[in-house]
Design a protein around this ligand. Structure first.
Ligand code: GDP
Length: 198
């Protein structure tokens, strides 16, 4: 698939406003600052896309990007915004949960975690939910360039081990990734292609 010809499709504040539920979709999620916008930029070569997602007021929306008529990438808002009021967070989490539970065309979830602080509470929530729902997850340990190769792969093994111990490894794959160095892009594309293939 050609991720370079991707286009912004629409933003939806709630599930009812999402595009029609057909074809295949892969969603990207991560705590804010995990490197989600940078990863989407690196994948698509389009700096405007993720900036769209970051426009203030739009951060709480689900953003849809069109790869083809039948295939989409979805940018879920970063969670963990300190400045968002508690009530808004709760409301947002309900919308997110509804999207994840009800979206029939959702084929997989890319979960981004800063390699220096993996498996935070919300990551575990997302993983638990996805594994229980039978939704495959591909974890990107982002900003891998911040570590030497040895420690980076040690972290990958440690995360793998922790997931196994917690029974959260079913359907879960993981890799190190760096948007800055553009490393790990091939692997990510292969996973996306598998999920989005008709
Ligand atoms: P988002 O909030 O998840 O969309 O995160 P961003 O993509 O905006 O990245 C948050 C911060 O981390 C920014 O300052 C980025 O420049 C930085 N960053 C993102 N990806 C990388 C990476 O691969 N390597 C390094 N060194 N920094 C990164």
């Amino acid at each position: 698939l050609d991720y370079r010809s991707i286009e912004f499709l629409t933003s939806a504040p709630t599930l009812t406003e999402c595009p029609e539920d057909f074809g295949a979709e892969v969603a990207f999620a991560g705590r804010s600052n995990a490197g989600k916008s940078s990863a989407i930029n690196a994948l698509t070569g389009n700096n405007k896309l993720a900036r769209t997602s970051k426009t203030p007021g739009r951060t709480q929306l689900i953003n849809f990007f069109r790869i083809s008529e039948q295939q989409r990438l979805v940018d879920l808002p970063g969670y963990g915004y300190a400045k968002v009021a508690r009530s808004m967070k709760d409301e947002w989490q309900r919308h997110l949960a509804t999207y994840l539970e009800k979206r029939g065309c959702l084929r997989g979830l890319v979960l981004l975690m800063d390699i220096r602080q993996p498996l935070k509470e919300f990551d575990l929530h997302m993983l638990t939910w996805a594994v229980e729902a039978g939704l495959p997850v591909h974890i990107l340990l982002t900003k891998a360039d911040k570590m030497k190769n040895g420690p980076a792969s040690n972290t990958r093994f440690a995360v793998e081990k922790a997931l196994k111990e917690q029974g959260l490894n079913r359907g879960v794959t993981l890799q190190t990734f760096s948007s800055t160095k553009k490393s790990g892009l091939d692997k990510l594309e292969r996973r996306l292609n598998e999920w989005l293939a008709e």
